[in-house]
Design a protein around this ligand. Structure first.
Ligand code: CA
Length: 526
C-alpha cells in the first residue's frame, strides 16, 4: 500500500545522534548497535498526533498555528517521527474544529493555505508524511450546505412539500418532520435533523451521490496539495448501528481515494471492540486504530499494571495479527496508547511511576504497524476529565507555551517541561526518543510478524521475535520486580543491538546470559 520508501535510514540516524546534545552518559545509554542496523527501511510510519491549537504559537496570539508547527519540525524529526497526523485544520466555530464549515480552507486561527503548502514542502524535505483529519460523519451547522437547507426548509409553509430540485442541500442531511432518537429541532421550523454527537454537528447523508461527489472532490483537493492520506473521524457513526453500512461506505472511500492516488492512506477511528474492527477491515481500508490496546482500560495499560502478564501482551498481538489479516491481508495495524479523547497516560499511575510511564510508551512503540503517539505523551504530560484538559498546551518550557482551550481547568503537570527533560538523560523524553530510534533502526519492529518464544517466557518476562524480509529481532521485556537473569543460549545472538533502560541501572549481556533490571527492554538482532 505505502510503496514509497521515504526514510533514508543512515541519514536519519546520523541526524538523530548528532542532533542530540546529551551527556556522555546519555549517548552511552542510547545504545543502538549501528553495526547491526538493517539495510532495509521500514515502509511503516511512526506518527505524531498534533493538535495545532495547543502545540506551538508563532505569532503571539496564544493559539498554536501551522507556522508554529513548522518551527517545531526539527524537534519532531529529531525524536524520530516519520509522519504527522494533524487534527482538523479546516474553518470551524469550535476550538477543536471537529465541526467543519469549509473543507477547502484552513481555519484563520491556524494560518493560511500558503502556510499549509509551506508545511508540506518542509515535510517533504524531511521525508515526513502528513495526514489530515477528515470529518465526514457530520459538518458544522454553520456549513453553507446546512445553512442553505435550513433557510429553504424554514421558508416553506407547513403544507408545502420540500423539493430537492429547489434545494439540493435538503438531501445532504437527514431532515424529518418526526422527532427520532439522535435528532435535533431545526430552528423554529417543524423539522428535525439527525445530529448524533451534538446539535452543532448535523450528520451527513452518505447515501446521497452528490455528497459522495463532494467527498471525492475534497480528497482530490488535499491529495493534490500533497497530503499522504486521511485520518477518518467516527467511522462507526457513518451509519449508526449498521456495521454493513459502515463497511460498504469505507470500501467506497478507500477505493475512491486510491483511484485519485494509489498511495492514498486511510486510518479510521472505530472506537469499538476487536470483532467490529475486524469486520471493518473487510472494507479493504489500510488501517484502523487498535483501540483494544489503547486507553486506560486497554491491553498496554493492563500489562504495565500487571493485571495481565507481559506474555499475554505479546500473545494478544499475535492473535490480532492473525484475525485482522484474515479480513484484509494488506492491513496495517495502527497502535496508539492515548489520543485527544482520552485521559493522558501519566495520570494512570499514582506516586513514583516514571518507569511505568516509560514502559507503556515502549509497549506502544514496539508494536507492528503505523504507531501513533499523541503530542505531549513523550514528556509525560497530564490531562484528564473534561476534553479541554486532554488537549492542554504542549509544555515546551515553564513559560513559552500556548494558552490552551479556554475552558481548560487549571492544573499542574507531574513531570517537568521539555527544556528540562532534554537535559536529563533518563527523562521520559529521552526514553521515548530512544524507543522511536530503535523502532526506526530495526524495521522488523514495525513491520515484523510477532512470535512468542514460549520456553523463555512467563507472565513477568517475555521473549519474542519479529521477522521482516531478511531481518529478525528478538525482544525481551522484563516486568520482574527485581533484576533478572535470562539464559539466551538457545537464541542465535551475539551482542546487544539496543536497550531501553528506565533508570541508570544497566542492561548487560554476559556470555549469553542477559542481566536485565525491572522494566528493562533488550533487543537482539538474529
Ligand atoms: Ca497563533
Amino acid at each position: 500500500m505505502m510503496k514509497k520508501i521515504f526514510l533514508s535510514l543512515l541519514l536519519f540516524i546520523s541526524v538523530g545522534l548528532s542532533g542530540c546534545f546529551l551527556t556522555n552518559k546519555a549517548s552511552q545509554m542510547e545504545k543502538i548497535n549501528s553495526k547491526q542496523m538493517a539495510n532495509i527501511t521500514s515502509p511503516f510510519t511512526t506518527t505524531y498526533e498534533v493538535f495545532l491549537y495547543s502545540f506551538h504559537d508563532s505569532d503571539g496570539d496564544g493559539i498554536g498555528d501551522i507556522n508554529g508547527l513548522i518551527e517545531k519540525l526539527p524537534y519532531i524529526k529529531d525524536l524520530g517521527f516519520t509522519s504527522l497526523w494533524m487534527m482538523p485544520i479546516h474553518p470551524s466555530p469550535t476550538y477543536h474544529k471537529y465541526d467543519v464549515k469549509d473543507y477547502y480552507d484552513i481555519d484563520p486561527q491556524y494560518g493560511t493555505l500558503d502556510d499549509f503548502k509551506d508545511l508540506i514542502t518542509k515535510c517533504n524535505e524531511n521525508n515526513m508524511k502528513v495526514i489530515i483529519d477528515l470529518v465526514l460523519n457530520h459538518t458544522s451547522v454553520e456549513h453553507p450546505w446546512f445553512q442553505e437547507a435550513k433557510s429553504y426548509l424554514e421558508s416553506l409553509e407547513d403544507w408545502q412539500t420540500p423539493s430537492a430540485e429547489e434545494c439540493k442541500y435538503i438531501d445532504y442531511y437527514h431532515f424529518s418532520k418526526e422527532f427520532q432518537t439522535g435528532y435535533a429541532q431545526l430552528g423554529n421550523s417543524s423539522y428535525f435533523y439527525e445530529a448524533r454527537f451534538w446539535e452543532g454537528m448535523p450528520d451527513l447523508n452518505l447515501d446521497n451521490q452528490l455528497v459522495k461527489d463532494e467527498i471525492r472532490s475534497i480528497m482530490e483537493y488535499w491529495l493534490d496539495l500533497g497530503v499522504s492520506g486521511f485520518r477518518l473521524d467516527a467511522v462507526t457513526s457513518y451509519y449508526t448501528g449498521n456495521i454493513e453500512g459502515n463497511v460498504s461506505f469505507l470500501r467506497w472511500l478507500n477505493e475512491t481515494g486510491k483511484e485519485i492516488n494509489e498511495d492514498c492512506y486511510f486510518v479510521g477511528e472505530a472506537w469499538t471492540n476487536q470483532n467490529e474492527i475486524a469486520k471493518l477491515y473487510e472494507s479493504g481500508i489500510d488501517s484502523l486504530f487498535d483501540f483494544p490496546f489503547g486507553n486506560v482500560d486497554g491491553i498496554i495499560h493492563e500489562t504495565t499494571l500487571k493485571n495481565i502478564g507481559v506474555d499475554a501482551y505479546v500473545k494478544k498481538q499475535m492473535e490480532a495479527e492473525e484475525y485482522y489479516s484474515s479480513k484484509n491481508p494488506n492491513y496495517i495495524n495502527a497502535p496508539f496508547y492515548t489520543n485527544h479523547d482520552m485521559a493522558r497516560s501519566a495520570g494512570y499511575y499514582a506516586g513514583d511511576s516514571e518507569a511505568k510511564v516509560k514502559l507503556s510508551g515502549a509497549l506502544n512503540l514496539l508494536m507492528s504497524g503505523n504507531v501513533f503517539v499523541y503530542y505531549g505523551e513523550e514528556i509525560g504530560m497530564k490531562g484528564a476529565g473534561k476534553d479541554e484538559n486532554k488537549r492542554a498546551p504542549m509544555q515546551w518550557s515553564s513559560e513559552e507555551n500556548c494558552l490552551g482551550p479556554k475552558d481548560m481547568d487549571d492544573f499542574d503537570m507531574k513531570y517537568p517541561p521539555l527544556n528540562e527533560q532534554e537535559k536529563n538523560a533518563y527523562s521520559i523524553y529521552n526514553y521515548y526518543k530512544q524507543a522511536i530510534h530503535l523502532r526506526n533502526a530495526f524495521p522488523s519492529i514495525a513491520c515484523g510478524k510477532t512470535n512468542i518464544i514460549d520456553e523463555l517466557s512467563d507472565q513477568d518476562c517475555v521473549v519474542y521475535q519479529k521477522t521482516y524480509e531478511d531481518e529478525t529481532v528478538y525482544i525481551i521485556i522484563s516486568l520482574k520486580d527485581e533484576t533478572n537473569t535470562i539464559d539466551l543460549s538457545s537464541l542465535e545472538i551475539n551482542e546487544l543491538s539496543g536497550v531501553l533502560q528506565t533508570t541508570e541501572e544497566k542492561i548487560e549481556l554476559d556470555n549469553k546470559i542477559l542481566i536485565i533490571p525491572s522494566y528493562g527492554i533488550a533487543i537482539f538482532k538474529k
